[in-house]
Design a protein around this ligand. Sequence first.
Ligand code: PEP
Ligand code: MN
Length: 338
Amino acid sequence: MIVVMKPGCPREFIDDVIKRIEDLGYHAHPIYGIERTVIGCVGNEDKTPLQSLENMPGVENAFPILKPYKLAGREFHVEPSQVDISGFKVGGEKLALIAGPCSVESREQVLEIADAVKAAGAQFLRGGAFKPRTSPYAFQGLGEKGLEMLVEARDRTGLRIVTEIVNAEDLPGMVEAKVDLLQIGARNCQNYALLDAVGRSGLPVLLKRGISTLISEYLMAAEYILQHENYKVILCERGIRTFETATRFTLDLNAVPIIKQNSHLPLLVDPSHGTGQWRLVEPMARAAIAAGADGVIVEVHPNPKFALSDGAQSLKPEKFERLVSEVRKIAIAMGRSL
Ligand code: PEP
Ligand code: MN
């Protein structure tokens, strides 16, 4: 249910409506606009008790949210939202550029890449310290040591850091390290316990789409985080599993306009995992921005042949620099900047 308050209605009327919503056993999510306030009510499927809200002072009207995702959808939040990550607004006019290694491998490696991607124009450094690998025998990441290296790279360059969380037990370490943006990877897109935990932590989240997650299921996964009043959620299309074997995954660019039409949340695209091949990364990054994405996340490694994970899809720093200048042209054509 959405309750739309009258323009300029006094704050006490808004507070009374919120109180009534909570008294009825629902949860109120107000958006205080300049003109008017809109209150989303979520909870029990049966919304009949909420109909009485329509008669309260200051209420203009109240109507049901038809989509199963309530807080992630455009019915609740009509305008696209911008998510502030340590001073950078993802979803704003300037595209977000996240780049770095698949895995943090060593201090030297991460510092070298951080300098390179910063010089090329990235605002965020990515790097996995806790890695969800298909094989238990593959490199699993440096764990907390890797996190410390990312923090050092941030201190040195000013880049915001993005790293994956695979286990809720690692949350205190992530909070302590003041990770700017917590990634939930494709494999955990529908790990509801983890989504709840990061939602409650209040840390900003980059939620990647699962490899077999429907768009509707994906937006419901985002809902798990948003329900905890953690509105700092950024989505990321990273390719889905199809019958095609020419690429590692099929980068579903259809998802970009579909998600943009149905959700207000910012959306990035990951052309590295989406293709699995470094030669395809730049063209698909361009296509993603042309389709309306708010930025890209790209894997970069100085020596991809020796990368401990995802070398085949990693760009050398000079190729990444080229990607940035090519994507910038598309950004300008789309009325954005980079
Ligand atoms: C990654 O970003 O390195 C990663 C594992 O991504 P995904 O969850 O999309 O596979
Ligand atoms: Mn990777």
